[in-house]
Design a protein around this ligand. Structure first.
Ligand SMILES: Cc1cc2nc3c(=O)[nH]c(=O)nc-3n(C[C@H](O)[C@H](O)[C@H](O)COP(=O)(O)OP(=O)(O)OC[C@H]3O[C@@H](n4cnc5c(N)ncnc54)[C@H](O)[C@@H]3O)c2cc1C
Length: 450
C-alpha cells in the first residue's frame, strides 16, 4: 500500500526533519498531584492514549464509548479466523513512528509490505510490462511535484490535473495511480485542494501491515482504564463547572472533557455543545474534508492469483476495486484477497448488496484470471461512509481547507474542553500515529494546567 508514498519520495529529496510533540511534560518529572476528573469521549487510539497517560498520573478518568468495543477505526474482524482490519492496516513508515514502539509493547505482529512486489493488469487480462509500470509511476511522481506549483485556492486537484494533463486523465494506468496513490490517501480528487494535497509529514522506513489485528493496540492501552461501552454522548454542557456530559439518558460530570469523536461525527452535529463551539472551530469542522474508503475481504478454497503481494487492475471506473492485497502472503494458511473502493465509488458500494459487490469484484478478477475461477467462499465488507460513529474514513485537505484549520481543531475551549483525534494533527492527520500523538498532546495540556 502506497499511502503518501509520493510524500516520502519528496521528503527523501528535501530532507525534512520531523519534530514530534513532547511525550513527557515538565510536570511529570515531579509527579502530578491532582483530584481532577476527566471524561474522554471516544475509545479510539487518541482517546485511549490520552486516558492511559492521565490515569497513570493519578487523574480520575472515565472513557465513554458509543460502540460495543474499544478501538474506533482500529477495528479488527476475526470472524473468518484471521484479523481483517476494517479500518487502519498499515504502520506508515516505521522509523521513529510512535506506533512502532507501541506495537512492540502491545504484541501487535506486523509484516513488511513491499510496494515493488506488484503485478499490473490492464483490461482483457493484459499483463503490463514492469518497465512501463515503473516509468509511468516515476512520471506520475514528477507530475505530482510539478502540480504543486500550479494549484490555486478555489480549484480542486482534479480540475488542475485534468486541465494540465487531459491525455493522462483518461488513461487507465494513470487513473490507477491517481486513485491508489492520491485518492486512497487524501480523498475525492474533485474535492481535494490543488494547493494542499501534499501537506502532512511522514515517517521514513518500510511500511508494515498488522497481522494479528490493529485493535491489539487499543486493547493494550485500554487495560486497567475505566471505560463505559455502548455510551452515546449526545450533549456536552461546559457552561458551568463541572462539565455535564449527557449519554444514554444519564449525566456524568467532570472537570475536563476530551472530545475525540471523528470529524464526520462533528460535521453531523451528533453531539450538542453548550455553549456553541467558537466560530473558528465550527469553520474548521466544516472546511476540513472527510473522505470515504471501504475495504473488502474475499476468501476461496484455492488460490488462482499470482504469487505477489499486490495485484493492480485498471478498469475505466477510477476508484473501483483496482488494487488487491494478497492476504495469503500475510496469512499463509488462508486464501484471501483484500480490495478497496474509494471516494464516491466507496459511498456507492454502501448502497449495494453483498452479492452485487462480489459480482463486480469477480468481473475484475475474471478479466485477469479467466472466467472459470471459482466464486469466493466468504466475503466481508465495511461501510465507513454511513457508519454513525465516524461518517467517513479519515480527514483530508479539501479545497476549502487551510492548514490552520487542523490547529483550530486542536484548540482547547476555555481550558475545559479539549479535542483530540486524527483530524486535529496538522502534521499527521489521517493516520494512526497522528491520532495517537494528538491524545498525548491533549493529555499534556491538562497535565500542564495543574
Ligand atoms: C478504511 C480505513 C483505512 C485506514 N488505513 C490506515 C492505515 O493503514 N494506516 C494509518 O495510519 N491510518 C489508517 N486509517 C486512519 C486511522 O484508522 C485513524 O486515523 C485513527 O484510527 C483514528 O483514531 P481516532 O482516535 O482519531 O478516532 P477513532 O478511532 O474513530 O475513535 C473515535 C471514537 O469515538 C467514538 N464515538 C463516536 N461518536 C461518539 C459519541 N457520540 N459518543 C461516544 N463515543 C463516540 C467512536 O465509536 C470511536 O471509537 C484508516 C482508516 C480507515 C477508516
Amino acid at each position: 500500500m502506497r499511502r503518501r508514498n509520493f510524500l516520502i519520495k519528496a521528503m527523501q529529496s528535501s530532507a525534512i526533519t520531523t519534530v514530534l510533540p513532547a511525550l513527557l511534560t515538565a510536570c511529570e518529572a515531579g509527579n502530578v498531584k491532582t483530584d481532577k476528573s476527566i471524561i474522554v469521549v471516544g475509545a479510539g487510539i487518541s482517546g485511549l492514549a490520552a486516558a492511559e497517560k492521565l490515569s497513570t498520573l493519578g487523574f480520575e478518568v472515565t472513557v465513554l464509548e458509543a460502540q460495543e468495543k474499544v478501538g474506533g477505526r482500529l477495528r479488527s474482524n476475526r470472524s473468518l479466523g484471521i484479523a481483517f482490519d476494517e479500518g487502519a492496516s498499515w504502520i506508515h513508515g516505521i522509523n521513529k513512528n510512535p506506533i512502532t514502539e507501541l506495537a512492540q509493547k502491545a504484541g501487535m505482529q506486523s509484516f513488511h509490505t513491499d510496494d515493488e512486489d506488484i503485478l499490473s493488469y490492464d483490461i482483457d487480462g493484459v499483463l503490463r510490462k514492469d518497465a512501463l509500470f515503473s516509468s509511468t509511476e516515476d512520471k506520475f511522481y514528477d507530475i505530482l511535484e510539478i502540480l504543486m506549483k500550479s494549484g490555486s485556492p478555489q480549484e480542486s486537484f482534479e480540475s488542475v490535473f485534468n486541465a494540465t494533463y487531459p491525455h493522462y486523465a483518461n488513461d487507465r494506468l494513470w487513473k490507477f495511480f491517481l486513485s491508489t496513490y492520491v485518492t486512497f490517501d487524501t480523498g475525492d480528487l474533485s474535492k481535494l485542494s490543488s494547493l494542499l494535497y501534499n501537506e502532512g509529514e511522514e515517517f521514513s522506513g518500510i511500511e508494515k501491515i498488522a497481522v494479528n489485528g490493529y485493535d491489539t493496540l487499543a486493547h493494550y492501552l485500554a487495560k486497567g482504564l475505566k471505560i463505559q461501552l455502548n455510551q452515546q454522548v449526545s450533549k456536552i454542557n461546559f457552561s458551568d463547572n463541572p462539565i455535564r456530559v449527557h449519554h444514554n439518558g444519564q449525566v456524568s460530570e467532570a472537570d475536563y472533557v476530551i472530545v475525540t469523536v471523528p470529524l464526520g461525527v462533528l460535521k453531523q452535529k451528533s453531539i450538542q455543545f453548550l455553549p456553541l463551539l467558537p466560530n473558528k472551530k465550527l469553520e474548521a469542522i466544516n472546511n476540513i474534508g472527510m473522505n470515504c474508503v471501504n475495504k473488502f475481504l474475499l476468501t476461496w478454497e484455492d488460490v488462482f492469483w499470482d504469487d505477489v503481494q499486490y495485484v493492480s487492475y485498471t478498469p475505466e471506473i477510477r476508484d473501483k476495486f483496482n488494487y488487491f492485497v494478497n492476504v495469503k502472503k500475510i496469512h499463509p494458511a488462508v486464501n484471501a484477497l483484500m480490495t478497496f473502493a474509494y471516494a464516491d465509488y466507496a459511498r456507492q458500494t454502501e448502497t449495494m448488496t453483498d452479492a452485487a459487490i462480489v459480482a463486480e469484484i469477480m468481473t475484475h478478477l475474471k478479466d485477469m484470471y479467466g472466467s472459470s475461477i471459482p466464486e469466493p467462499t466468504h466475503f466481508l465488507r465495511t461501510r465507513w461512509g454511513s457508519n454513525p460513529n465516524s461518517y467517513g474514513a479519515y480527514s483530508f485537505t479539501a479545497v476549502e481547507t487551510q492548514m490552520s484549520h487542523f490547529d483550530e481543531m486542536a484548540e482547547a475551549v476555555e481550558n475545559k474542553l479539549f479535542f483530540a483525534g486524527e483530524h486535529t494533527e496538522a502534521d499527521y492527520f489521517s493516520t494512526v500515529h497522528g491520532a495517537y500523538l494528538s491524545g498525548i498532546r491533549e493529555a499534556n495540556k491538562i497535565i500542564n494546567l495543574q
